[in-house]
Ligand binder design. Structure first.
Ligand SMILES: NC(=O)c1ccc[n+]([C@@H]2O[C@H](COP(=O)([O-])OP(=O)(O)OC[C@H]3O[C@@H](n4cnc5c(N)ncnc54)[C@H](O)[C@@H]3O)[C@@H](O)[C@H]2O)c1
Length: 353
């Protein structure tokens, strides 16, 4: 695949490339432009790929955080910054973030802060991070119990997506990435058609390698048009209002699984309140269900709805604003009063669960 270049204000800021053998070839080649490199990863990824990194990059300094969202904290960020300072990194160094979205988000934020900003290359190793989090320059850590409360927009110089990393991913992480891919399908008709045409091989690694480039290209198009989420980029929140509500309340499923659940609920809302195409929305719900492998047990929908009312994307007027799917490749904003949203979620929960 050709590289996708993301410009903001007409200046090239980021290049995303899908490539095989990234660790062996593309990464060493890209790093030859920098005087120093530093690799940030997590312990799981280091155990799987640390030797390959050493074989490709030699004795590069490497810092590994414990794996998992619970470590996406200011403390982890500070320990990374301390390791970078301890290694004596200069302004012209490049930070390589090798891992899933947690590593990418923390590493990107550290690169934006260290000496007021050094170069960063993202090497995403999960499906979710390849099709979503590594593209677009959003970085963050969780703070005071709020997800991604402290962060910055900071574009990586390069993103290298290599499907070979999927070979070691547990099926649950693949399902999690598919959640965001189905969301892209709900926004983009071509991705939707590809998913529907391949319903029997959604978890097949060859199929995933085939669909990653189109998903990256889709996300890059959205980011290019609206890098700092002032308008169009908000469409990427489709399914997420209700997903976050269940996720905050319950937390037993992965983020992508909640996105699939949220998309199912919001598709139902679109049928009832946005004149959505019922036949298409039924089909979209059935695709979500196929990826989920059946409807999971969910917590009380009314309590979840109360959480959604606290969501940071709401208007502050006690109402809930969502991007909902309405027809193939079409979506729109839907605003419901808090009371209406609670009642609807309860009813939809009874219907779907
Ligand atoms: N910046 C953005 O625009 C954006 C968008 C979506 C999500 N996110 C963030 O992304 C994070 C979720 O990312 P994620 O789903 O990649 O989670 P993650 O980074 O926690 O990775 C999931 C698990 O997979 C392991 N792993 C990673 N690569 C592996 C591999 N190749 N083989 C085996 N195991 C591997 C990790 O060690 C971890 O245990 C969240 O913090 C979310 O907020 C950011």
């Amino acid at each position: 695949m050709k590289s996708i270049v993301i410009h903001t204000e007409k200046k090239e800021v980021s290049r995303v490339t899908c490539r095989k053998n990234v660790l062996q070839r593309a990464l060493p080649e890209a790093l030859s432009a920098y005087k120093e490199a530093f690799v940030f990863t997590d312990e799981t990824v280091r155990a799987l790929y640390g030797k390959k990194v050493r074989a490709a990059l030699g004795d590069v300094p490497m810092h590994a955080m414990p794996a998992g969202e619970e470590h996406k904290t200011p403390e982890t960020l500070l320990s990374l910054l301390a390791a970078m300072a301890g290694a004596g990194l200069h302004r012209n160094a490049c930070l390589v973030c090798l891992g899933g979205g947690v590593v990418g988000d923390i590493g990107g934020l550290a690169a934006s802060l260290y000496m007021r900003g050094i170069a960063c290359i993202q090497v995403p190793t999960t499906l979710l991070s390849q099709v979503d989090s590594s593209v677009g320059g959003k970085t963050a850590v969780d703070f005071m119990g709020v997800k991604n409360l402290v962060g910055a927009f900071f574009q990586p110089r390069q993103v290298f997506a290599d499907p070979a990393f999927f070979a070691t991913l547990p099926p649950r992480e693949i399902r999690c990435g598919l959640g965001e891919i189905v969301k892209h399908g709900a926004l983009d008709g071509d991705i939707y058609d590809t998913l529907q045409a391949n319903r029997d091989r959604l978890f097949d690694l060859d199929f995933l390698a085939e669909i990653v480039p189109a998903n990256i290209a889709f996300k890059a198009r959205v980011v290019r048009a609206d890098a700092t989420e002032k308008g169009l980029r908000k469409c990427l929140n489709l399914g997420h209002t209700t997903a976050h509500a269940f996720e905050l309340l319950d937390g037993k499923l992965s983020h992508g699984e909640y996105v699939l659940v949220g998309t199912m609920f919001e598709a139902e809302l679109a049928k009832r309140h946005a004149g959505g195409d019922a036949a298409y929305l039924d089909e979209l719900q059935s695709l979500c269900l196929a990826v989920l492998g059946g409807m999971p047990a969910l917590p009380d929908a009314v309590e979840a709805a109360r959480f959604a009312l606290l969501d940071k994307k709401n208007t502050g007027k006690g109402s809930v604003v969502m991007t909902v799917p309405v027809a193939k490749g079409k979506y729109q904003l839907l605003e419901l009063s808090g009371e209406q949203y609670c009642e609807e979620l309860q009813e939809i929960g009874r219907k779907l669960c």
